[in-house]
Ligand binder design. Structure first.
Ligand code: ASP
Length: 547
């Protein structure tokens, strides 16, 4: 690899950084902005025996064709949670709608419209999606036909397709990589009982850092108070609740440790099942030993070498994938919601930065005995990819490759700590859950936030982060558990969905950073090495994938 050693080719992390910045600039340039929705709009809220109904129509409309938006709510609470800007509205009332505009996002097989307006002067946002223009409600179909996609929309759609192809390549290598890597790691540990001590340290590390992240979140949200007096944009549909209590979340995770059919677990990409089965296979290869054991061990070592090489090739495409994702992310975002939720976003962001650059840096420095800055540089391709894809799972092949090839940590450590960490160790997500739920609580009129409730939120946030999958928006879905635990309405999530993507990108980077730091901590103990006594091997660096 040419990294830092020859000027002929830029280091991978520099190329990814350039791709990210370039993608962001290109995304801002192709951002088409919002389109004004012409015509005077009337909105009406009506209470009936079955609940609340909100409808918005072009003025003078006589047919349902001219309906722009309509939604029903089971009761007043559900209505207010979705449209807090209308909390003061009476059961039967006409609402003044102003400053109406919409943003159209075209996909290959989807079209969605973010419909923004003000209700009695307060901002409201709703998203309407369909598989094709023809399937949209009549008004919006007409609206999209009158505003057909231009070159900029095509660039956005192309970027999304390119990004998705890269993501598929990453996903393609993930399961075989985890499986072969973990078996090779466990057989490499041999039958000396080192596995048990590594397991213990890893779990302690996961729990301790998640709790520290939650504490940072709690402190900042209480100091900044982003929700106090906030005027929240209403609308957005609450995500479907995972419909699980705390005990079920924990129990389901334990059940997943024993797959009834390991092959279907692999086909379904169920990480926990794959991890435990691979550990079993590795352990029993050691137990069997002899010729059979040796042949199996060699087979998986060879398979792992092939998967690492393939991963390296996929990683070399990371700059293209990252640029594509950044173009898509920046070209499809409107600025309005960012202004409204700025204080909330700032709180999440500040807390994540403090956790990553102070708490985890100290842990890596003191316990992992590594220079945190140098370690961050070594991990940067994975961190930047985590940022642009918002998925720990998709980033896993990069994380494993960076930890092993760039930071020189043994495969025994990384093959165990990283896949498990991508599944259950999510510091960024835990911190985010706490800040978001307390933000909603602070912004909910009449909700009395006690210390006991804050502790409940902290505990449930930890469980929710363990249960969240390493995929985009998983933290938002799991938040339902935390909201339920303190009796906040699930619909309240509608207000923060609009800005979840950018926060997801930030918290996913912290999730991956924490997993990487875990490798440094656990690796130091398990291998008895640190950077000080095992400097990066140039030969290993030279074969680092992607460089
Ligand atoms: N996207 C995050 C991850 O993959 C999970 C979350 O939504 O918080 O790590």
């Amino acid at each position: 690899m040419s990294e830092d050693k020859s000027g002929a080719k830029l280091a991978l992390h520099i190329r990814i950084l350039i791709a990210m910045l370039g993608g962001t600039v290109a995304g801002v340039l192709v951002n088409t902005g919002d389109v004004a929705v012409d015509g005077e709009i009337n909105a009406r809220v009506v209470e009936s025996t079955v609940g609340f109904q909100l409808s918005e129509q072009i003025a003078g409309a006589t047919s349902p064709e001219d309906q722009i938006y309509s939604a029903s709510f089971g009761d007043r609470d559900a209505f207010v949670a979705s449209f807090p800007d209308l909390a003061e509205v009476d059961a039967t009332d006409t609402i003044e709608v102003s400053n109406a505009r919409a943003r159209i996002t075209h996909g290959i097989s989807s079209v969605s419209i973010t419909w923004q307006r003000e209700h009695n002067g307060n901002p409201a946002v709703t998203t309407i999606s369909a598989a094709s223009v023809d399937k949209l409600p009549p008004f919006w179909k007409n609206f999209v036909q009158k505003n057909p996609p231009g070159v900029r929309d095509h660039v956005t759609t192309a970027a999304k397709c390119l990004g998705d192809l890269f993501l598929r390549l990453l996903k393609m290598v993930t399961v075989p990589l985890i499986f072969t890597s973990l078996i090779t790691g466990v057989t490499g540990l041999g039958a000396h009982g080192r596995f048990g001590s590594m397991f213990g340290r890893t779990i302690v590390y996961y729990m301790a850092t998640s709790l520290l992240a939650i504490t940072v979140g709690l402190i900042l949200v209480n100091i900044i108070q982003p929700g106090a007096g906030a005027i929240l944009p209403g609308g957005g549909k609450a995500l479907e609740s995972p419909d699980q209590g705390l005990i079920e979340v924990i129990y389901n995770q334990i059940l997943r440790l024993i797959p009834t059919n390991p092959f279907s677990a692999m086909a379904g990409g169920e990480f926990l099942s794959i991890i435990s089965f691979a550990i079993f296979v590795g352990m029993f290869i050691n137990v069997v030993g002899g010729d059979h054991g040796r042949r199996m061990k060699e087979f998986f070592e060879s398979a792992f070498a092939v998967m690492m090489k393939m991963t390296g090739w996929v990683i070399s495409l990371a700059p293209i994938g990252v640029a594509a994702f950044m173009i898509y992310a920046t070209s499809t975002q409107g600025l309005g919601v960012f202004q409204t939720l700025a204080k909330y976003m700032l709180t999440v962001f500040l807390a994540l930065v403090i956790h990553a650059t102070v708490i985890l840096a100290i842990v890596v420095g003191v316990v992992g005995r590594r220079n945190p800055l140098e370690y961050a540089r070594q991990m940067s391709p994975a961190l930047l990819t985590a940022f642009s894809t918002a998925s720990s799972n998709a980033t896993l092949p990069l994380t494993m490759s960076c930890v092993e090839k760039r930071a020189g940590i043994s495969n025994e450590t990384s093959s165990f700590v990283l896949p498990l960490g991508a599944t259950i160790n999510m510091d960024g997500t835990a911190l985010y859950e706490v800040v978001a739920v307390l933000f909603i609580a602070q912004a909910t009129p009449g909700f009395d936030l006690t210390v006991a409730q804050q502790i409940t939120i902290a505990f449930t946030a930890l469980i929710a982060s363990v249960g969240a999958a390493g995929i985009p928006h998983a933290g938002l879905v799991m938040m339902a558990i935390v909201l339920q635990a303190v009796g906040l309405p699930l619909e309240a999530q509608g207000i923060i969905i609009a800005v979840d993507r950018i926060l997801d990108m930030c918290r996913t980077s912290v999730n991956v950073w924490s997993d990487s730091c875990g490798c440094a901590v656990v690796g130091t103990a398990a291998d008895g090495t640190s950077v000080a006594d095992s400097p990066e091997d140039p030969a290993t660096e030279d074969s680092a994938p992607g460089d």
